[in-house]
Write a protein that binds this ligand. Structure first.
Ligand code: 2M8
Length: 442
């Protein structure tokens, strides 16, 4: 039978999970599958930590920001001394090839979704509510300028059309690695004969191979790294040469949201008004780009394949991106929210819990055990819930929260769950699942 922990036990167990993943220098994303620090995982991890110890939360975020590249990029992985993950720092060779990358700690050469300002907002609020004003003040002073530079980097290097739609150069940058969103653009990524041999280390750390991407998918992931190595991770050359270049509507919506959040924090903490204005301008432009990606046929927002010069209408959870940042006409937005909660998505009658899965069970591409091709990801639900609260949709946010807590009550803190049975999948004791549960419980 599925365990069903009460909230006190669940909170204790989440805290225990985080301390188990604490290796002294960082909290790893998961014990065995992910023995390093991932950029957006750490943003979420620091939110959960703040409920336990705000100073520790601040330190975690600062550790990530300490690995920021000199040009402003926050790398997608900050490597620990731990081994057991591929591709590791040697395969990336970022510090060897690019003088903007730090020598220590070692990092990867790409980035991940910009959710860090949201984490800063949460930690600052939690710190203030606990009377830890000094921690909030110090963290804002150190983190704000770094996050501003990170956002500036994205605008400078990842808005190739100047429309506000941010581009990614690898599916890993989306955080939704093998989502069907990327099937078309990945079909144009053809690994060359000079792809160096490699051994995957992720297989065997999950119950079934199908819970992870296929070998053909991995070849493409690794080939893109080879392409980037050839141009020494030069940010603009990567955008010019990568055979994968996609305007990511979900990343763009998160960016619009995060720019507003960072602007608010900047106003509160006396940052230069021109920078605050600039952030609001970036938010406006990216919000407009997200709204312009809305497809009246599917009712969802689309990604844009910038290499193939076409819209990507694959229907996934990312299509609801406009609900995160706003910008659609009121009736269009209302219809989108109704779709999200309706029978094709969170309201599907066969679901274990009423949480939108990564792909609709109605879709022919729905694979309920396959990573980003169908399972439910609590962390994505948290993002929608948080955005809904900001937007004043309290009932929808509360509903997501209670359904997610029901799903997570088994105490596995799985990386993702089977949407129809609630079975835990992928890694167990995944830090970001534990941490969003902690946040929901407070
Ligand atoms: C997954 O991605 C990594 C590569 O970055 C992997 O599969 O090896 C994704 O779910 C990503 O969103 C997440 O940040 C990372 C660590 O949890 O794992």
């Amino acid at each position: 039978m599925r365990p069903n922990l009460g909230s006190v036990q669940l909170a204790a167990s989440a805290a225990w999970t985080l301390s188990g993943n604490d290796i002294g220098t960082m909290i790893t994303a998961a014990p065995r599958l992910y023995p390093h620090m991932w950029s957006w995982d750490t943003a979420f991890i620091s939110i959960g930590l703040a409920h336990l110890n705000v100073a520790r939360a601040a330190r975690e975020l600062e550790t990530l920001l300490g690995a920021q590249w000199r040009d402003g990029m926050i790398p997608h992985i900050v490597f620990s001394e731990g081994t057991g993950y591929f591709p590791g720092p040697e395969r990336w060779g970022a510090a060897e090839l690019n003088t903007d990358a730090p020598d220590s700690p070692r990092t990867s050469g790409i980035c991940q979704p910009p959710v860090h300002a949201i984490a800063l907002r949460r930690i600052v609020d939690i710190a203030r509510s606990q009377g830890e004003r000094d921690v909030a003040f110090r963290l804002l002073r150190t983190a704000w300028p770094k996050l501003y530079r990170w956002h500036e980097w994205l605008v400078r290097h990842r808005d190739p059309l100047g429309t506000g739609m941010l581009a990614i150069v690898h599916g890993w940058e989306s955080g939704m690695d093998n989502s069907p969103r990327w099937d078309i653009p990945y079909s144009a990524v053809v690994p060359g004969p000079d792809l160096p041999a490699y051994v995957r280390l992720d297989r065997g750390l999950v119950a079934e191979d199908a819970e992870r991407p296929s070998d053909a998918e991995y070849d493409r992931y690794l080939w893109l790294i080879e392409e980037m190595r050839k141009v020494r991770y030069d940010a603009d050359a990567v955008v010019r040469t990568s055979s994968f270049l996609v305007g990511d509507v979900f990343v763009t919506a998160l960016f619009a949201l995060a720019c507003e959040v960072l602007a608010d924090l900047g106003e509160e903490s006396g940052q230069p008004p021109w920078r605050v204005r600039q952030l609001r301008g970036w938010a406006r432009r990216s919000r407009a780009a997200v709204a312009a990606a809305h497809d009246p046929l599917t009712g969802l927002a689309r990604d844009r394949d910038l290499r193939g010069d076409r819209w990507l209408s694959t229907r996934t959870i990312a299509g609801f991106a406009p609900l995160l940042c706003g910008g659609l006409p009121a009736d269009t937005e209302k219809a989108m929210l109704a779709t999200l909660t309706g029978p094709e998505w969170a309201g599907h009658p066969a679901l274990f819990a009423r949480i939108p899965p990564s792909v609709s069970p109605e879709d022919t591409g729905f694979r309920p055990r396959e990573y980003w091709r169908g399972p439910v990801w609590p962390v994505i639900a948290w993002l929608f819930g948080w955005a809904f609260e900001q937007r004043g949709w309290q009932a929808e946010a509360a509903h997501l929260r209670s359904e997610c807590l029901r799903l997570a009550a088994d105490g596995s803190f799985a990386e993702y769950y089977h949407p129809l049975t609630g079975e835990p999948l992928g890694s167990r004791q995944q830090s970001w699942t534990a941490t969003v549960v902690l946040d929901w419980l407070h």
